[in-house]
Design a protein around this ligand. Structure first.
Ligand SMILES: [Zn+2]
Length: 160
């Protein structure tokens, strides 16, 4: 996991360097945002795909359709979007906190919403004592991860 993380950091650093010129124009601080909605698959033009069933590995890109009808897109290089590959996650109502930057929502936290409560979503391998935010198999023993949804708290009043 450490290796994987380092790889992602390298990719992110490279991307940040590439987009430096663009970002220099966006001097203002990114806005932290919490939105609730459902995950949609996007087509090449960034619009929701008509068929939500097929996920092609190569062109996998996700967005969040908020409960008030706004579409938020995620960067394809955001490692936290890996959890959306799991259909069990995509079918849930989610609450996502992130930074709104350069037109994309950079994910800080993904939680599910059920019955007025918030749940943390993650994967576990008890054998190797590994917690992951990406679906399996476990990179240590190659067994499937166990998908976990654990109570994180009540929904805040303002969000109801
Ligand atoms: Zn394992």
């Amino acid at each position: 996991m450490k290796l994987l993380r380092s790889a992602w950091v390298l990719v992110l650093v490279a991307l940040m360097a590439l987009s430096y010129a663009v970002r220099a124009e966006e001097k203002k601080q990114p806005r932290e945002l919490t939105v609730r909605g459902r995950i949609v698959l996007l087509d090449g033009s960034g619009q929701p795909q008509s068929s939500q069933e097929r996920v092609k590995e190569a062109q996998r890109r996700f967005g969040l359709l908020s409960s008030d009808g706004k579409l938020y897109t995620f960067s394809p290089t955001d490692p936290r979007t890996q959890i959306f590959v799991d259909p069990r996650v995509r079918e849930k109502e989610l609450q996502i906190t992130g930074w709104l930057r350069g037109g994309n929502l950079e994910i800080i936290q993904v939680r599910s919403v059920r019955g007025g409560r918030l749940y943390d979503l993650y994967y576990r391998c008890e054998v190797c004592n590994i917690t992951s935010f990406e679906p399996g198999p476990c990179w240590c023993c190659q067994e499937e991860f166990e998908f976990r949804e654990t109570l994180a708290g009540e929904l805040s009043e303002e969000g109801k």
